[in-house]
Design a protein around this ligand. Structure first.
Ligand code: NCD
Ligand code: ZN
Length: 344
């Protein structure tokens, strides 16, 4: 049996929700990862440091016994966010970034930012304090085609943020296009990007060809094959500006299989096996460790983990659904066979 030993990885972009969904999903992440950047798009969003600390406690309480998993908290950027709050966040050992959601771009982004100029004072404060800005990089202009929204954001919005705040440290989250990859490569190491397993494994046919598959629907939406190829090249290139961020975004089955279905893929149940599959397809398994375990920690100026985990090539069937009394969540690749699994 083929085995792969890696330094314990971290997930630099994760949604765990709260309440019953949190309890249903957190153990999957804690099994595979040392730490994860926790997204703040709850309802209502996590805007203040004190809300983030309460949410952190809720996550810690939901962890399996004896887990040493560490949630790395973030705030949700709003035009109401004060300079004092940013200073508090920057001083806190528990807050590691502030997330910019363009208003209306994705799940629970209604409270986000309608116009980037409105948050220039906040960006200036973040640039000064060194706290990273995490960006959902899509424009929300209704006249802009859904498949073009990331490219246009990079071109129009991200480039002007970088121009106006050259010292701001930025993560362009879940990149999905070759244009975003090229842009990141063209900039300094102040700009990095996360890449999800679904965008490495699928192009938009997986969403729309022959049938509509709501469990492959996430935002930014899956793109053409040429973009998937560009993401695979970036992830396996050894360029430290690209690192692992699953964007695992669980929704109840009923909210996904709906006339107006939610965006988000649940991949945390097998995040590492999914990445291993993508890297193996292009013969780059030896590049997985740095992408999963080194580059993100380096960007966030945190120590790399020292523990290790082992993956083994031992095919298993993904359950059709992860169910308990309160929740039913359909995983990515439900019912399909995955080649890799975490060794117990
Ligand atoms: C995420 C969610 O459900 O919170 N959905 C998604 O499609 N990725 C939000 C996000 O990261 O865009
Ligand atoms: Zn996300």
């Amino acid at each position: 049996m083929q085995k792969l030993i890696l330094t314990k990885p971290d997930d630099w972009h994760l949604h765990v929700r709260n309440g019953a969904i949190l309890k249903a999903v957190i153990g999957h992440t804690a099994r595979q990862f040392g730490r994860a950047i926790i997204m703040p798009n709850l309802k209502p969003p996590i805007i203040t440091v004190s809300q983030a600390l309460l949410y952190r406690q809720e996550i810690l309480s939901a962890l399996p016994e004896n887990s040493d998993f560490e949630p790395l908290m973030t705030l949700y950027l709003s035009s109401e966010t004060t300079a004092e709050e940013i200073a508090l966040a920057a001083q806190s050992d528990y807050i590691h970034g502030i997330k910019l959601y363009p208003a209306g771009a994705t799940t629970n982004s209604e409270a986000g930012v309608p116009d980037i100029k409105q948050i220039y004072p906040q960006l200036a404060a973040m640039e000064k304090s060194g706290l990273p800005l995490l960006i959902h990089g899509e424009v929300t202009d209704p006249d802009c085609d859904i498949f073009d929204r990331e490219r246009v954001f990079v071109d129009k919005v991200l480039s002007s943020i970088i121009h106006d705040f050259p010292g701001l440290r930025i993560v362009l989250e879940h990149v999905t296009t070759k244009e975003a990859v090229e842009f990141v490569k063209s900039q300094s190491s102040n700009l990095a990007a996360t890449i999800t397993p679904q965008h490495l494994l699928y192009n938009r046919n997986a969403l729309l060809a022959g049938a509509i598959r709501p469990h492959n629907y996430c935002l930014p939406v899956l793109k053409r094959e040429e973009h998937r190829q560009a993401l695979l090249s970036a992830a396996t290139s050894g360029d430290s500006r690209f690192f692992l961020g699953t964007d695992s975004a669980p929704h109840l089955r009923s909210d996904k299989e709906s006339a107006c279905g939610c965006a988000g893929c649940f991949n945390a149940f097998a995040a590492l096996p999914l990445y291993a599959e993508a890297f193996e397809h292009v013969g780059a398994l030896e590049k997985l460790e740095a992408f999963a375990s080194f580059y993100g920690a380096d960007f966030y100026r945190l120590p790399r983990n020292t523990a290790t985990i082992m993956l083994e090539k031992n095919p298993w069937q993904v359950p059709n659904s992860y169910d308990n009394e309160k929740t039913s969540i359909i995983p990515l690749k439900a019912g399909e066979v995955l080649n890799w699994q975490l060794a117990s």
